[in-house]
Design a protein. Sequence first.
Length: 203
Amino acid sequence: MLWIAEILIDIVSTAIILVPALVMIQNTRLKGISLKRRAMSILFAVYVTAVLFITGIPRINNLTIDFSVNIIPIIDMFSGLKATVLNIILFIPLGFLLPMIWSAFRSAKKTIFFGLGLSAAIEISQIFTYRSTDIDDLITNTIGTLLGYLIARTINDKSSKKLFLDDERQSKKEPLCISSITFLIMLLSTPYISGAFWGMVYG
Protein backbone atom coordinates (compact mmCIF):
# COMPACT_ATOMS: atom_id res chain seq x y z
CA MET A 1 0.00 0.00 0.00
CA LEU A 2 2.87 2.37 0.79
CA TRP A 3 4.39 1.59 -2.62
CA ILE A 4 1.15 2.68 -4.33
CA ALA A 5 1.17 5.92 -2.33
CA GLU A 6 4.80 6.53 -3.34
CA ILE A 7 4.10 6.14 -7.04
CA LEU A 8 0.96 8.31 -6.87
CA ILE A 9 2.84 11.08 -5.06
CA ASP A 10 5.65 10.88 -7.61
CA ILE A 11 3.18 11.10 -10.51
CA VAL A 12 1.42 14.10 -8.94
CA SER A 13 4.76 15.76 -8.10
CA THR A 14 5.90 15.36 -11.69
CA ALA A 15 2.54 16.34 -13.21
CA ILE A 16 2.56 19.70 -11.40
CA ILE A 17 5.32 20.82 -13.76
CA LEU A 18 4.90 18.36 -16.62
CA VAL A 19 1.26 18.98 -17.55
CA PRO A 20 1.56 22.80 -17.83
CA ALA A 21 4.76 22.31 -19.86
CA LEU A 22 3.01 19.94 -22.28
CA VAL A 23 -0.02 22.22 -22.62
CA MET A 24 2.30 25.13 -23.43
CA ILE A 25 4.11 23.08 -26.09
CA GLN A 26 0.81 21.94 -27.59
CA ASN A 27 -0.49 25.52 -27.73
CA THR A 28 2.65 26.87 -29.38
CA ARG A 29 3.95 24.04 -31.59
CA LEU A 30 0.87 21.86 -32.20
CA LYS A 31 -2.00 24.30 -32.56
CA GLY A 32 -5.30 22.89 -33.75
CA ILE A 33 -4.97 19.35 -32.39
CA SER A 34 -8.09 17.87 -30.84
CA LEU A 35 -8.82 17.70 -27.14
CA LYS A 36 -8.68 13.90 -27.38
CA ARG A 37 -5.16 14.01 -28.85
CA ARG A 38 -4.08 16.44 -26.12
CA ALA A 39 -5.50 14.17 -23.42
CA MET A 40 -3.88 11.04 -24.89
CA SER A 41 -0.49 12.79 -25.03
CA ILE A 42 -0.82 13.67 -21.34
CA LEU A 43 -1.85 10.06 -20.58
CA PHE A 44 1.32 8.93 -22.36
CA ALA A 45 3.36 11.30 -20.17
CA VAL A 46 1.74 9.90 -17.01
CA TYR A 47 2.57 6.37 -18.19
CA VAL A 48 6.22 7.34 -18.82
CA THR A 49 6.33 8.88 -15.33
CA ALA A 50 5.14 5.59 -13.81
CA VAL A 51 7.69 3.59 -15.85
CA LEU A 52 10.55 5.84 -14.76
CA PHE A 53 9.47 5.56 -11.12
CA ILE A 54 9.17 1.77 -11.22
CA THR A 55 12.49 1.28 -13.01
CA GLY A 56 14.24 3.63 -10.58
CA ILE A 57 15.89 6.42 -12.53
CA PRO A 58 18.38 8.61 -10.62
CA ARG A 59 17.34 11.66 -8.60
CA ILE A 60 19.49 14.76 -8.21
CA ASN A 61 19.41 14.50 -4.41
CA ASN A 62 20.51 10.87 -4.36
CA LEU A 63 23.07 10.33 -7.10
CA THR A 64 25.64 7.58 -6.82
CA ILE A 65 27.77 5.59 -9.25
CA ASP A 66 27.48 1.83 -9.43
CA PHE A 67 28.97 -0.02 -12.40
CA SER A 68 27.09 -3.21 -11.63
CA VAL A 69 26.34 -4.31 -15.20
CA ASN A 70 25.14 -7.61 -16.63
CA ILE A 71 26.06 -7.91 -20.31
CA ILE A 72 25.37 -11.65 -20.63
CA PRO A 73 21.87 -12.08 -22.03
CA ILE A 74 19.12 -14.62 -21.26
CA ILE A 75 20.97 -16.76 -18.66
CA ASP A 76 19.32 -15.05 -15.66
CA MET A 77 15.91 -14.58 -17.28
CA PHE A 78 14.46 -17.89 -16.22
CA SER A 79 15.85 -17.83 -12.67
CA GLY A 80 14.13 -14.48 -12.21
CA LEU A 81 10.98 -15.37 -14.15
CA LYS A 82 8.69 -13.06 -12.16
CA ALA A 83 10.89 -10.02 -12.88
CA THR A 84 11.10 -11.04 -16.54
CA VAL A 85 7.31 -11.18 -16.88
CA LEU A 86 6.85 -7.88 -15.04
CA ASN A 87 9.40 -6.16 -17.31
CA ILE A 88 7.50 -7.37 -20.37
CA ILE A 89 4.15 -6.22 -18.95
CA LEU A 90 5.58 -2.82 -17.99
CA PHE A 91 6.38 -1.95 -21.62
CA ILE A 92 3.23 -3.35 -23.26
CA PRO A 93 1.38 0.00 -22.82
CA LEU A 94 4.24 1.78 -24.60
CA GLY A 95 3.83 -0.38 -27.71
CA PHE A 96 0.08 0.10 -27.47
CA LEU A 97 0.00 3.89 -27.02
CA LEU A 98 2.63 4.92 -29.57
CA PRO A 99 0.79 3.76 -32.72
CA MET A 100 -2.57 4.68 -31.23
CA ILE A 101 -1.62 8.36 -30.75
CA TRP A 102 1.04 9.02 -33.42
CA SER A 103 0.78 7.88 -37.03
CA ALA A 104 4.59 8.00 -37.31
CA PHE A 105 4.70 4.91 -35.06
CA ARG A 106 2.27 2.76 -37.00
CA SER A 107 5.15 0.67 -38.26
CA ALA A 108 6.46 -2.02 -35.93
CA LYS A 109 10.07 -1.04 -36.63
CA LYS A 110 9.73 2.54 -35.35
CA THR A 111 7.75 1.49 -32.29
CA ILE A 112 10.24 -1.22 -31.36
CA PHE A 113 13.19 1.16 -31.81
CA PHE A 114 11.51 3.70 -29.53
CA GLY A 115 10.95 1.03 -26.85
CA LEU A 116 14.55 -0.12 -27.22
CA GLY A 117 15.83 3.47 -26.95
CA LEU A 118 13.74 4.28 -23.88
CA SER A 119 14.81 1.07 -22.19
CA ALA A 120 18.47 1.74 -23.04
CA ALA A 121 18.25 5.26 -21.60
CA ILE A 122 16.78 3.85 -18.38
CA GLU A 123 19.44 1.14 -18.10
CA ILE A 124 22.29 3.61 -18.68
CA SER A 125 20.83 6.03 -16.12
CA GLN A 126 20.78 3.23 -13.54
CA ILE A 127 24.56 3.44 -13.39
CA PHE A 128 23.85 6.49 -11.20
CA THR A 129 21.56 4.57 -8.84
CA TYR A 130 21.87 1.54 -6.62
CA ARG A 131 20.19 -0.62 -9.27
CA SER A 132 22.15 -2.80 -11.66
CA THR A 133 22.20 -2.25 -15.41
CA ASP A 134 21.00 -5.43 -17.10
CA ILE A 135 20.85 -6.38 -20.78
CA ASP A 136 18.00 -8.78 -19.94
CA ASP A 137 15.84 -5.78 -19.00
CA LEU A 138 16.61 -4.29 -22.41
CA ILE A 139 15.45 -7.48 -24.11
CA THR A 140 12.29 -7.98 -22.06
CA ASN A 141 11.26 -4.33 -22.31
CA THR A 142 11.61 -4.48 -26.09
CA ILE A 143 9.56 -7.68 -26.21
CA GLY A 144 6.87 -5.93 -24.16
CA THR A 145 6.86 -3.01 -26.61
CA LEU A 146 6.43 -5.40 -29.54
CA LEU A 147 3.55 -7.22 -27.80
CA GLY A 148 1.81 -3.91 -27.10
CA TYR A 149 2.17 -2.91 -30.75
CA LEU A 150 0.75 -6.24 -31.95
CA ILE A 151 -2.21 -5.94 -29.57
CA ALA A 152 -2.95 -2.39 -30.74
CA ARG A 153 -2.60 -3.34 -34.42
CA THR A 154 -4.85 -6.40 -34.00
CA ILE A 155 -7.59 -4.45 -32.21
CA ASN A 156 -7.45 -1.62 -34.74
CA ASP A 157 -7.60 -3.96 -37.73
CA LYS A 158 -10.43 -6.13 -36.40
CA SER A 159 -12.61 -3.51 -34.70
CA SER A 160 -15.33 -1.65 -36.61
CA LYS A 161 -14.45 1.47 -34.59
CA LYS A 162 -10.82 2.31 -35.27
CA LEU A 163 -8.49 2.47 -32.25
CA PHE A 164 -5.86 4.66 -33.90
CA LEU A 165 -6.45 8.40 -33.74
CA ASP A 166 -6.89 10.25 -37.01
CA ASP A 167 -3.93 12.11 -38.42
CA GLU A 168 -3.67 15.65 -37.14
CA ARG A 169 -0.89 18.17 -37.08
CA GLN A 170 1.72 16.33 -35.07
CA SER A 171 5.42 15.81 -34.72
CA LYS A 172 7.06 12.39 -34.78
CA LYS A 173 9.47 13.81 -32.21
CA GLU A 174 6.64 14.49 -29.74
CA PRO A 175 6.90 11.19 -27.77
CA LEU A 176 10.68 11.64 -27.49
CA CYS A 177 10.15 15.21 -26.30
CA ILE A 178 7.56 14.07 -23.74
CA SER A 179 9.85 11.30 -22.45
CA SER A 180 12.87 13.61 -22.22
CA ILE A 181 10.97 16.36 -20.39
CA THR A 182 9.50 13.80 -18.00
CA PHE A 183 12.95 12.35 -17.29
CA LEU A 184 14.44 15.79 -16.57
CA ILE A 185 11.58 16.81 -14.28
CA MET A 186 11.83 13.55 -12.32
CA LEU A 187 15.60 13.93 -12.07
CA LEU A 188 15.71 17.57 -11.03
CA SER A 189 12.48 18.66 -9.34
CA THR A 190 10.27 15.69 -8.43
CA PRO A 191 12.42 14.67 -5.41
CA TYR A 192 11.87 18.06 -3.77
CA ILE A 193 8.17 18.34 -4.61
CA SER A 194 7.43 14.79 -3.45
CA GLY A 195 9.51 15.48 -0.33
CA ALA A 196 7.23 18.41 0.42
CA PHE A 197 4.17 16.17 -0.05
CA TRP A 198 5.59 13.55 2.32
CA GLY A 199 6.35 16.33 4.80
CA MET A 200 2.66 17.26 4.78
CA VAL A 201 1.63 13.60 5.18
CA TYR A 202 3.82 13.06 8.23
CA GLY A 203 3.30 16.60 9.46
